[in-house]
Design a protein around this ligand. Structure first.
Ligand code: CTP
Ligand code: MG
Length: 335
């Protein structure tokens, strides 16, 4: 475990990058998929505002954060001011309205951790989950999308990492591994740490965007079109970054003491957050601070079994990147 490597020593890095870019391109959704998503969103907006004129719909998650692969479902957040609403009742009524308009497989899951209505739209073939007033998710979706505008290597790296995590079965929060959202934050943090840095820390700059959600102030510099040159001094290729990412999580990260923090643009100590011991089900075995909801450790789902699985997968990936003749295949072999 103490074996640390400081550089990638392969003569085939350019060829490797070519293969990773090919995978990235084949995972990206085509433009017409975006158009179909918009079409479904407008239909839902029409149906919802007929009943609740003040309600608004927002896309969040991978359909809106620039890290979505093709043919994925969409996540919609319905916001409504009424503080009196009973979420379950509201979702049941919403389900009735949607069902009446020929949407299919409509189900209200009122007892889920995040209560939702699920549906499938026969016209576009897209499935959709609608949640209520989850505004923080809409705001963190914008943060991820804004980071993605700064340097294309973030999208490239995150697509490869998400694809690896899904292929290897380590993208299942119900089994103690990490969410896609957590993996994207790991990628952002990692690119903030490169020298020269590939990404800035937007929350550490003069805010140009600010909203308060559930008493949490969310503010950061969002004029990312002004940061187009930010990463250009760093010439690392996608193959080098994939190698360094897995090498970092396999051999360099200090799991015992460190918290990765996109909000601060650096590592912070577990001590400072009081994340040093298990509290309830939060074990803090790998610590990933949510950029806005800073009490939330996205690694809290990880337990003593799944941390082992995760670290072995990071090591496997690092070894493949170092020695395997065809990493673009072996990395993604089903587990
Ligand atoms: N989210 C969150 N807190 C979490 C997990 C998720 O706020 N602990 C929100 C984020 O806004 C995230 C969205 O829910 O963008 C969807 O999460 P997830 O499914 O993990 O990410 P996706 O980008 O949708 O990835 P996938 O393509 O795997 O669906
Ligand atoms: Mg999702």
């Amino acid at each position: 475990r103490n074996l640390r490597r400081t550089m990638m020593c392969r003569s085939d890095v350019n060829m490797l990058s070519g293969h990773f870019l090919f995978i990235y391109d084949s995972l990206r959704p085509p433009d017409e998929e975006k158009a179909r998503q918009k079409q479904l969103l407008s239909l839902l907006e029409r149906l919802v505002t007929k009943e609740w004129p003040e309600a608004r719909l927002y896309l969040y998650g991978s359909c809106a954060n620039s890290f979505g692969v093709c043919k994925s479902d969409i996540d919609v957040c319905l916001t409504i001011q009424d503080a009196e609403i009973d979420k379950s009742e509201f979702l049941l009524k919403l389900a009735d309205i949607l069902q009446a308009d020929n949407l299919q497989n409509v189900q209200a899951l009122t007892r889920a951790r995040v209560p939702i209505v699920k549906l499938m739209d026969p016209a576009t073939g897209i499935s959709c989950d609608i949640c209520i007033n989850n505004v923080l998710a809409v705001v963190n979706t914008k943060l991820l999308r804004d980071y993605a505008q700064i340097d294309v290597r973030l999208r490239q790296l995150a697509y490869i990492v998400k694809h690896w995590a899904k292929s290897r079965g380590v993208n299942q929060t119900y089994r103690g591994t990490l969410s896609s959202y957590a993996y994207v934050l790991m990628c952002i943090h990692f690119l903030q740490q490169r020298r020269p840095a590939i990404l800035p820390c937007l929350q550490d700059m003069e805010p140009t965007y600010s909203v308060t959600v559930d008493d949490i102030e969310c503010s950061y510099f969002d004029q990312v079109e002004k940061l187009q040159d930010f990463g250009t001094r760093n010439k690392e290729t996608i193959a080098q970054l994939v190698w360094a990412f897995f090498n970092y999580w396999a051999y360099c990260h200090d799991y015992a003491n460190a918290v990765i923090s996109v909000r601060s643009g650096c590592l912070i100590g577990k001590q400072a957050k009081d994340w040093t011991r298990r509290v309830g089900n939060d074990r803090h075995l790998i610590c990933i601070e949510d950029p806005f909801d800073t009490k939330h450790d996205l690694g809290r789902v990880v337990d003593k079994f799944s941390i082992k699985v995760l670290r072995e997968e990071f090591e496997r990936a690092a070894e493949i990147m170092q020695h395997d003749p065809t990493p673009w295949i072996t990395l993604f072999e089903p587990y």
